[in-house]
Design a binder for this molecule. Sequence first.
Ligand code: ATP
Ligand code: MG
Length: 423
Amino acid sequence: MAIQRPKGTQDLLPGIIEQWQYLEETIRSVCREYGYEEIRTPMFEATELFQRGVGQTTDIVKKEMYTFQDKGDRSMTLRPELTASVCRAYVEDKLYGQPQPVKLYYIGPMFRYERPQSGRFRQFHQFGVEVLGADQPIVDAEVISLVWNLYKRLGLSGLEVHVNSVGCPVCRASHREQLQEFLISRKKDLCNDCQERFDRNPLRILDCKNPSCQEVTVGAPTTRDTLCEDCSTHFEKVLAILGRAGVVYRVNPRLVRGLDYYTKTAFEVMVEEIGAQSAICGGGRYDKLVEEIGGPATPGIGFAMGIERVLAALQVQNKLPEEKPKQFAMLIALGEKAQIEGFALLTALRSKGIPVGMDLLGRSLKNQLKSANRQGASLAFILGEEELDRNVLVIRDLTSGEQMEVPLNDAVEEIFMKYQRGV
Ligand code: ATP
Ligand code: MG
């Protein structure tokens, strides 16, 4: 049997790739407008980076990482997310020495060993941003507003932006106690995962998707009830800035991003229409992370967005660009001499930025014309022995069928003008 691609991966072929390019270009222009610069980090890192940077108790580290020993017997892991890598680069490349804050974005593949299903892959792609070195509420608002405005630019609707504050280590300690007290008598009704979480990370129980856990946690103390004054003021400011900027959000006191280093603002964006995997974006503030991986104490905030899920939302809402761009023109060269001359002409046109093609299979005039039409070309340039003798090129408008002749020497100029005019 022929070899197949690994489970949970995709080939992105022409016809689909244009949608990816469109989304990526839109992302890049929004990032430019918001003043974020691109960063690219390695596809694999020392395993320890993710163990410390993502957190030992998370699903990602417990069961989803692609980890291997390299030939030097070092443990390496294909990146499952990029926040830890960006923080590592911030420390290693001394970005803390540059004017602060540092505002970065990335687009690229991530790898998680999960059960593949609709909207869930083993190699998937994320767009994300990270802002390092600023702790003001306005930064949280900027990051959320970037997401909101990207979706607006893409024409998506029906999105729900959920925001919450998970507090800081100080107020979280008292919340943790109150929560454990509330849950202790019904601990046995929790799912296995949550029973495990009870001691290690009880906060996570609040956003367990299991119905029985949801029932047990009805009326449980939320983080918002226990925020300290600093965290509470921070949160109210974020909400006020978002409201004034026209971002529609919902405070969801159950929204918890699992990691220990998450502080204050947490948020998630959902779209119902794309099925069970409805989260298209998740993010939050992580004021302890840079320190956690060995850098100077630095506040940070960011999000990661699933490209495949955004594309799925664009698909169901019919917001994707129609079809792949059409070929502008095809050169039809007949005979060996015409082919050599024609290829030189093609090269001159291409170097002026005009997309043109020619037959590569030695087809007849009739079949070359057919193929030009099939590719949706607007023009055909015809060059045969007879045209070569007279030093002319025939330009045929494939829509109207009209033809004209131009001197071969003027052909590049003539065609360039047509290209600029759009025919
Ligand atoms: P989920 O609850 O869907 O597993 P998550 O909390 O693991 O999401 P994050 O680590 O916050 O997700 O990643 C941010 C975004 O990346 C998600 O909101 C989602 O859109 C996308 N994403 C995460 N895992 C996958 C995957 N395996 N396949 C496709 N997209 C994914
Ligand atoms: Mg996950």
